[in-house]
Design a binder for this molecule. Structure first.
Ligand code: DC
Length: 221
């Protein structure tokens, strides 16, 4: 049987950075479910589907075949045979993913793929509903969070490093808006599973968070 670790939490909490490092340390596969939602959002945007209309999205969602592959241990998202990984981190794709991931047809379309991956391999899977809906039986569930100010600061620093000129207040407002949508949707909202362990990374280093979760995993394996 595979051993799975579920990591949920709001945007910018450091889930993917932490999960990638942990996967390496534990020799597990890292599964980024946000990238799958982003791939569907990318599909809707390129097809010029009105993403605020659940009916329009429902009409085409079955046409979008999402597959996951690994290249040098890095997850690649294949959309209808094309590797779209490099297009998924754009702000507008994340926004559209936050809107369309609220729809039941979109969530159902990805659920089997996520559960199949976890059934076959030891995975660390991150997202919003992994502990609550996708892998409710996972032996280790983490709810990783940080204050909106800290998360905005991390994103701000990232953009500065890229040579951009971001506005801090705009970033923080965007993060709060995303939280609001992800936490208050009807289907599979972001929330801490009852048996999840809360890790607040606001005043922790990446290494401290990795070490904390690594210890918890080792105790349960
Ligand atoms: O983690 P991320 O920023 O790549 O996720 C993009 C959006 O996808 C996020 O706003 C909410 C949605 N998402 C989700 O609803 N469920 C998941 N398991 C992962 C992501």
């Amino acid at each position: 049987m595979s051993f799975n670790i579920a990591i949920d939490g709001p945007a910018g909490a450091g889930k993917s950075t932490i999960a990638k490092q942990l996967a390496k340390k534990l020799n597990f596969i890292y599964v980024d479910t946000g990238a799958m939602y982003r791939a569907l959002a990318y599909y809707f945007l390129t097809r010029q589907i009105s993403i605020t209309s659940v009916e329009e999205v429902a009409k085409v969602v079955e046409e979008a075949k999402v597959e996951i592959a690994y290249e040098n241990n890095k997850q690649q998202v294949i959309l209808n045979g094309e590797n779209v990984t490099n297009y998924l981190r754009e702000e507008n794709v994340g926004e559209a993913a936050s809107v369309t991931s609220a729809y039941g047809c979109v969530r159902n379309h990805l659920l089997n793929l996520q559960q199949d991956l976890a059934a076959k391999k030891d995975v660390i899977m991150d997202g919003r509903d992994i502990g609550t809906c996708v892998l409710p039986e996972a032996p280790l569930k983490i709810y990783l969070t940080a204050s909106s100010h800290t998360r905005a600061k991390r994103r701000y620093d990232e953009l500065i490093q890229k040579g951009e000129h971001p506005d801090f207040d705009e970033i923080e407002a965007g993060i709060k808006e995303r939280d609001e949508r992800d936490m208050n949707r009807e289907i599979a909202p972001l929330k801490q599973a009852e048996d999840a362990i809360l890790v607040d990374s606001s005043s922790m280093t990446i290494e401290e968070v990795v070490q904390t979760i690594y210890k918890l995993a080792k105790e349960r394996m």
